[in-house]
Write a protein that binds this ligand. Sequence first.
Ligand code: 5GP
Ligand code: MG
Length: 176
Amino acid sequence: MKTLLTEDQLKQGIVQLAEKIQAHYQGKPLTIVGVMIGSVVLLADLIRLLKIPLRVELVQARSDHNGTRPGPMVINTDLISGNIQGRDVLLIDDIFDTGHTLWELIPQIDELGPSSIRTAVLLRKIGQCKLDLKPDFICFDIPNAFVVGYGLDYLDLYRNLRYIAVLEPSDMKDKK
Ligand code: 5GP
Ligand code: MG
């Protein structure tokens, strides 16, 4: 496994991300919606840096994948317990790759009647998205490699790493 972003780099990037989000919303109330499971580490760090009145909700977007290869997407917005009608919503995800997760999620959140929907991601893989979609807030652009750590998994492992690493073929064997 090769480190791509150190704990310090992540910390600095997330402070800057929080500043941009704060400048954008100018103290207006916000509902942050985290995409489970990968965004939970970012979500926990980010909300503690934001000094605006905010609520937190979670949605689930899962592609039943076999390690690094994604399958069909399952989206569940039923976990949203509060009323987001008329509120500004910021969707938070760990990584923007092909863009399909946010592409499918945004209309489903929109059905709940928020006044705005914006998106923030920790990582964006350069050049992978063929859709007319770009996250509003991006912490780091990264090359097209499979990464783990800081919430991102391989077969549900490695989410607890404090850094982002590129998974190498030798890391993909015999995982329990
Ligand atoms: P997209 O739908 O934009 O192609 O991909 C977004 C989702 O795919 C992410 O929320 C994440 O769950 C998964 N994903 C995409 N690239 C990676 C990666 O490099 N590592 C991990 N662990 N997950 C990824
Ligand atoms: Mg995900």
